[in-house]
Design a binder for this molecule. Structure first.
Ligand SMILES: [Zn+2]
Length: 140
């Protein structure tokens, strides 16, 4: 069995885990699926409150913006390679719509996870919390 202590920050982001204990989930439900994706208020393992202050996740919009720009540039380059030098603007419009709408659940999830893991000052991994049993009141 893999222990949670071995996870790097990047692995914790990919798996959607808490930035402090890297054990508890940040979201309930998958990015895609029948069940709605909801962000939990606190970590179910260590009790960390994810929204540090009101409006905290507005910063995630800028992370999401950077993600969608990178995705659109990559998708449009791929479309250029696949479809050749077409002058039909609907090719790129269609690609941009499919990529933008299709990846919006992923951008929502990972912009918040990137914000929590790498862009929040004073919030760091505490390995001793990963090994402790679940206790939400331990260190809110
Ligand atoms: Zn936690």
């Amino acid at each position: 069995m893999e222990t949670q202590k071995e996870l790097t920050a990047a692995q914790a982001v990919v798996r959607g885990l808490c930035p402090r204990c890297r054990t508890g989930q940040v979201f309930s439900g998958p990015a895609y699926g029948r069940k709605r994706q909801l962000m939990l208020e606190t970590c179910p393992h260590c009790g960390l409150r994810y929204e540090r202050e009101p409006g905290y996740f507005y910063v995630a919009m800028f992370v999401s913006y950077a993600l969608i720009v990178a995705e659109l540039v990559a998708a449009c380059i791929a479309a250029y390679i696949l479809f050749g030098n077409t002058e039909n603007p609907w090719v790129y419009t269609g690609v941009a719509l499919v990529v933008g709408v299709g990846l919006s659940p992923v951008n929502f999830r990972y912009s918040r996870l990137i914000l929590l893991h790498w862009l929040t000052p004073g919030l760091s991994y505490e390995p001793e919390l990963a090994s402790k049993s679940s206790n939400p009141a331990a260190k809110p």
